[in-house]
Design a protein around this ligand. Structure first.
Ligand code: GP9
Ligand code: MN
Length: 621
């Protein structure tokens, strides 16, 4: 056995086919388009120069350095494949800071990871051999390899490789093929990520506020008119962020059973229902959806704003309402530290946070208090408060993997759905819908209903189309391909007792539009320029615009009746434009400017946050 191992060690040439195999697997899992098959050649070239450099030098230090380099190389590849399976993107250096939330029990990422087999771990299997092979390589024909010519030559090759990768990685102005490599090739993509992170830090200091305000002025859709202005002035506000609620569930029946009977009722009386609103959430998932809704700022593709910009100055919904004399609170039946909420809320103007430690854990489901119990206890708190107040509530029961105790389930599922993720999801959506119905009852009992607006929206998708089995099941349930238009679509409803009308508004928008829309209805003045959303009541239908931050590449957008998805290689031309809810492919001609605009809006919002620009305009006592 030992002998066999020794023989294997000497077969250093195996390093190359093994590495090629590894690249094939890696790029297959990263879904590299077939026409870009030569992209791995750059990765291979880079590996070869480093391998040759270390074995030719043949010192203890060179072997150790190679081992470190190769282990890191392989580890990042493995993480990429696992991350890609869920987010459809390469992992970023910034996710290092998010590592705690990736491993915290209950995060969606964690659970989704647990549901799929991490095949990427295979890419680590060659680690011990590669180190041995590189040493064995050093042992053969060592003489010529140690000449100054050979050494000079390999150093030159290495320098050329580093130069090539460097130029492709750091030059934003590159177009065409170079830009594509930047989005597709392992070494350049990660170098670019590292570079933009560092460059972003440096740029923070040099922002031009006038230019930023001009970009906002020219690119954020403008709502004109005063339709329904002030109809809800002075009322209490309950804003509920509903966990994982997608629009396709609203009004849908399964075997004659309504999935959302209470929401269906609400839509039909005293409500404004926005049917084409999509999730603006970023890398911080649930917390970024909150961030976008409360502040009308785009989250980033980097990491959760609740940590990255936790110390910024804000002037979102809670602060604005406070300046109008409202008391502000948040309710969520889970750990207060999760997503850094306890600290983030304070800075965003929420005065009291009722979390797991303040609420009583009377009934648990998943990893926190059930929605029905959270609502009941919240109303108990609210009825003691002096009006007006603002209560931000974040539900939890409808969280992946959606497995509820039997006594919380009321749908009868067929064997084809029972036990599947989609089946569990429909069951949990029905539960949350019932909880919303009960909240209305609790408010009525407490005598608060007439004076309170109840608004809610979903945070992000319930079922991720990147998971093959989900994609197939959803396509079957919807009767058409499950695509981004349904995956990203979340309901937004504002129920105003006494409104005496029910209106469905189908202007395209995102969670960033929630603040301006409520501000119009409640006659709130937003005293600063950094607002990236629009009032969806007064915005002309053809001006509706949505720019996704995550899941779809930045530069994708949705308008009236279609969505555009930027190509995975970063080019407009390799993207696709698809009619909403029919799946019909449309021509790309004439829409490039809107793709640029989507990018510009997200980048500009990041600049506002990076430089903490709000601080110059707002001072809170
Ligand atoms: C946890 C909850 C879930 O407090 O809001 O966050 P998610 O895993 O959906 O991002
Ligand atoms: Mn969530």
């Amino acid at each position: 056995m030992k002998e066999k191992m020794n023989q294997l060690r000497k077969m250093w040439w195996l390093a190359f086919p093994v590495f090629v195999l590894k690249l094939v697997l890696y790029y297959r899992w990263m879904e590299l388009p077939k026409s870009w098959i030569w992209v791995p050649v750059i990765t291979l070239g880079f590996f070869l120069t480093v391998f040759e450099l270390a074995s030719g030098w043949d010192t203890r230090l060179s072997h150790i350095l190679f081992l470190i380099f190769y282990s890191l190389f392989s580890l990042v590849m493995t993480i990429d494949t696992i991350y890609y399976a869920y987010f459809g993107q390469f992992v970023s250096i910034n996710q290092l800071w998010q590592i705690d939330s990736l491993f915290t029990a209950g995060t969606e990422t964690n659970l989704a990871g647990a549901l799929s087999i991490p095949w990427g771990l295979i890419l680590l299997l060659d680690l011990p051999f590669m180190a041995e092979w590189q040493k064995a390589r050093a042992g053969i024909s060592g003489k010529w390899r140690r000449t100054i010519w050979w050494k000079g030559g390999t150093v030159l090759c290495f320098a050329a490789m580093v130069g090539l990768v460097g130029v492709i990685s750091v030059n934003d102005g590159l177009d065409g093929d170079f830009m594509r490599i930047n989005h597709l090739e392992f070494v350049t993509c990660h170098t670019n990520d590292f570079y933009t992170t560092v460059a972003g830090e440096i740029q923070k200091a040099n922002v031009n506020t006038d230019e930023i305000k001009k970009i906002i002025q020219e690119n954020v859709p403008k709502a004109e008119g005063d339709e329904l202005h002030g109809v809800a002035k002075g009322k209490n506000l309950i804003l509920i962020q509903v966990e994982s609620l997608n629009t396709w569930t609203i009004g849908k029946s399964y075997n004659g059973q309504e999935l959302t009977p209470n929401i269906n009722q609400l839509i039909q009386n005293n409500s404004l229902y926005f049917s084409k609103v999509f999730s603006s959430s970023g890398k911080g998932n649930t917390s970024d959806a909150e961030f976008a809704a409360l502040n009308s700022l785009y989250p980033t593709t980097v990491r959760e704003c609740y940590r990255m910009y936790v110390n910024n100055t804000y002037n979102g919904l809670p602060w604005i309402l406070r300046s109008e004399g409202y008391e502000t609170m948040a309710f969520h039946g889970y750990e207060k530290e999760f997503w850094n909420r306890n600290i983030a809320y304070k800075n965003q103007g929420i005065q009291t946070f009722y979390s797991e430690s303040e609420l009583e854990m009377t009934e648990k489901s998943g990893f926190g208090l059930t929605d029905k119990e959270m609502f009941r206890q919240a109303v108990d708190v609210l009825k003691e408060k002096e009006e007006p107040w603002f209560a931000f509530m974040i539900t939890l029961t409808n969280h992946i993997p959606y497995e509820l105790d039997e006594d919380l389930c009321s749908l009868k599922l067929d064997s084809s759905e029972d036990g599947t993720l989609a089946g569990h999801y429909m069951q949990a959506v029905r539960y949350t819908d019932e909880a919303i119905g009960m909240l209305i009852e609790y408010l009525k009992e407490a005598g608060l209903y007439e004076d309170t607006i109840i608004a809610f929206y979903g945070d992000h998708q319930g079922l991720n189309k990147e998971t093959g089995s989900v994609q197939r099941k959803m396509t079957q349930l919807l009767g058409r391909e499950y695509d981004y238009d349904e995956m990203m679509r979340i309901p937004f409803l504002i129920h105003i007792p006494g409104l005496e009308e029910a209106r469905t508004i189908d202007t395209v928008g995102g969670q960033i539009d929630i603040l301006p829309t409520l501000a119009n209805l409640m006659d709130l003045s937003v005293k600063q320029d950094y607002i990236f959303g629009s009032d969806l009541v007064n915005l002309a239908r053809e001006d509706g615009f949505y720019a996704p931050v995550t899941y779809m590449p930045v530069g994708s957008f949705m308008k009236n009746d279609f969505f555009y998805e930027l190509g995975r290689d970063g080019t407009f031309e390799s993207g696709r434009r698809v009619e909403l809810f029919t799946g019909k492919e449309l021509s790309l001609t004439g829409w490039k400017d809107d793709s640029e605009r989507a990018k510009l809006l997200i980048e500009t919002s990041k600049k506002v946050l990076d430089a903490n620009l709000m601080k110059e305009e707002i001072t809170h006592e």
